[in-house]
Write a protein that binds this ligand. Structure first.
Ligand SMILES: Cc1cc2nc3c(=O)[nH]c(=O)nc-3n(C[C@H](O)[C@H](O)[C@H](O)COP(=O)(O)O)c2cc1C
Length: 237
């Protein structure tokens, strides 16, 4: 996105540029800029199965999004009722839900213990797409967490063990010393998964797909689960 603050230089004021993201749409009277990809289709509005659509969009994101296409915002609420949000990586999805891994003693872990509901949001800038998910959260089976933990590099395993995630840390040297001690303890052997390092599954009650379109005439379709079926509704942008 361009950030020109001198209207004399650009002919536009900064508010306008930030607001409209002219690198993609141009000023209001110009025709829309050609999309940077050929994926602006409206047929997804007729999709019957949100899982199939999610899988398609995830594949396209993997092909087009240069960095962490599986990064998603995870929103939770604490016992104060105030929302909190951070990025986690989507590691697995199937008809049961969306899985991420973390430390259950972390802030998000404590919040999920208090209120096992969450919202997820994936945003792919390169595609102009957003997916929003809301629903209850469950822990994955220990065997599932074991399998994923075992698949990680040993240094990532050690990092997970060394980190008292979200707790105050006196200084970085303390963390580095913990990592060094764990490396000495385990050598080049795999590290057992700590019980508090686990997967969570967000079980979608709703999934909304959003696609950027010129002049803010964006496409939105929301699926709501009713028992084993999904009810689809289009939404105004
Ligand atoms: C691209 C990216 C991916 C991340 N993936 C994870 C993840 O999969 N699991 C995790 O616990 N934290 C992940 N983090 C770190 C979290 O955003 C967050 O800082 C951490 O989990 C502590 O959050 P909390 O204090 O709310 O519990 C990631 C951060 C970024 C920027």
């Amino acid at each position: 996105m361009q950030r020109h603050s001198d209207p004399a230089e650009t002919g536009r004021d900064e508010t306008y540029i930030l607001d409209l993201c002219t690198t993609r749409h141009g000023p209001p009277d110009d025709p829309p800029a050609a999309p940077a990809h050929d994926l602006v289709r409206h047929d997804f509005l007729h999709a019957e199965d949100p899982w199939e659509l999610f899988a398609t969009w995830m594949v396209e994101a993997t092909l087009h999004e240069p960095c962490d296409p599986n990064a998603m915002a995870l929103a939770t609420t604490g016992d104060d009722g105030v929302p909190d949000v951070r990025i986690v990586l989507l590691k697995h999805f199937d008809a049961r839900g969306f899985v991420f891994f973390t430390n259950s003693h972390s802030q998000k872990g404590r919040q999920l213990a208090h209120n096992p509901h969450a919202a997820l949001m994936l945003h792919w800038k390169s595609l102009g797409r957003q997916i929003r998910v809301r629903g209850p959260v469950t822990l994955v089976a220990p065997a599932e967490s074991d399998a994923y933990f075992e698949s990680r590099a040993q240094l990532s395993q050690i990092g997970a063990v060394a980190s008292r995630q979200s707790q105050p840390l006196a200084d970085r040297a303390t963390l580095v010393a913990k990592v060094a001690a764990l490396l000495a303890e385990h050598g080049d052997q795999p590290v057992p998964r700590p019980e508090h390092w686990t997967g969570y599954r967000v079980v979608p009650a709703t999934i909304e797909f959003w696609q950027d379109a010129p002049f803010r005439l964006h496409d939105r379709v929301r699926f709501t689960r009713h028992a084993d079926t999904w009810h689809r509704v289009l939404l105004y942008p």
